[in-house]
Design a binder for this molecule. Structure first.
Ligand code: NAD
Length: 282
């Protein structure tokens, strides 16, 4: 009988882009506790190093921070060289760098008659540079690291995991660039899973629901009082489990998708969302 375990993960090398962030840290701890050596690749080297030290202390597995920009191929190539010199071959990649920005966020949810004289608050007033920044960070920021960092996997297989969002299935109001980019993540996850299946590289994604983190705090809670905004209330009301998620609740799904327990699974996007995606609101 086959023994069910995460043992195959032991000593594998996993690069996590955006590894210095809130979700990156939780995933590194989840994988580290299964014996994975994690590389926290981030623009912010100080954060990546700090998180790597915490991952080591909490899990006993090796973890390092590496500075790189997911939007610059050369920077990813030098990071890869450093990773190969330090840990050897890269077995797994999590594309976690991403997020939204206030510059790509419309002030209002919907266009109304009276806003025709105040277009700045609508789609028409969105900052193009902000729009491009968010789209590229989430989309190209997944393509480029995959191009560079999954190459080792051509020899013997591997796993790529992308980080999508609830906004990929039905776009959330106010965040058009983020939503379009995350929808593209679902598409490229399927595309790459097909392209790379013959050489044993699996490509999947998780779509986290709502977790209070730095990038969405300004949309979901009031800066002064810490109380939920009306958008925050809407989200809780739209989540059958009635709460925000805890980032640790992503760990089980991710360890499953990275391990051989899911070795016949590729091209899927798993929502981890307290039921948000399944709920019509009625
Ligand atoms: P975070 O802001 O805590 O972490 C993101 C990390 O990415 C930061 O450490 C940042 O320095 C790094 N980063 C940004 N630009 C980079 C670049 N060009 N190159 C390298 N690193 C870069 O965000 P998070 O909440 O941990 O989000 C991680 C991922 O999860 C994102 O893709 C986000 O869209 C997605 N997500 C988050 C939520 C949520 O509720 N927080 C929900 C759904 C999806």
């Amino acid at each position: 009988m086959t023994k069910i375990s995460f043992d195959d993960l032991k000593n594998k090398v996993c690069v996590i882009t955006g590894g210095g962030g809130v979700i990156g840290k939780a995933l590194a701890i989840g994988l580290g506790s299964a014996g994975v050596k994690t590389v926290l690749l981030d623009l912010n080297k100080e954060m990546a190093d700090k998180v790597a030290a915490e991952v080591k202390t909490e899990t006993g597995s090796e973890s390092i921070g590496v500075e790189a920009n997911v939007l610059q191929k050369e920077s990813l190539e030098s990071a890869k060289k450093f990773i190969n010199d330090t840990f050897g071959k890269i077995d797994m990649l999590i594309n976690g760098a991403g997020g939204n920005s206030p510059k790509a966020t419309s002030a209002v949810e919907m266009m109304t008659e009276d806003l025709k004289s105040d277009l700045g608050k609508t789609f028409y007033g969105l900052d193009i540079a902000g729009f491009e920044f968010v789209f590229n960070l989430n989309f190209m920021g997944t393509i480029l690291p995959t191009m560079v960092l999954s190459k080792d996997m051509l020899d013997g297989g591997g796993v790529v995991l992308n980080v999508s969002s609830m906004s990929a299935f039905r776009p959330l109001t106010k965040v058009p660039a983020y939503s379009a980019a995350k929808a593209s993540i679902n598409s490229i996850t399927e595309w790459l899973s097909v392209h790379l299946a013959p050489v044993g590289i699996r490509v999947n994604a998780i779509a986290p629901g709502f977790f209070l983190t730095n990038q969405n705090r300004f949309l979901l809670t009031d800066e002064q009082t810490g109380e939920l905004t009306s958008r925050g209330h809407k989200i809780i009301n739209g989540t059958p489990m009635g709460r925000f998620g805890e980032v640790e609740e992503l760990q089980g799904t991710v360890n499953y998708l990275m391990s051989d327990l899911s070795k016949f699974v590729t091209g899927i996007v798993i929502p981890v969302d307290g039921g948000f995606n399944a709920y019509s609101g009625v």
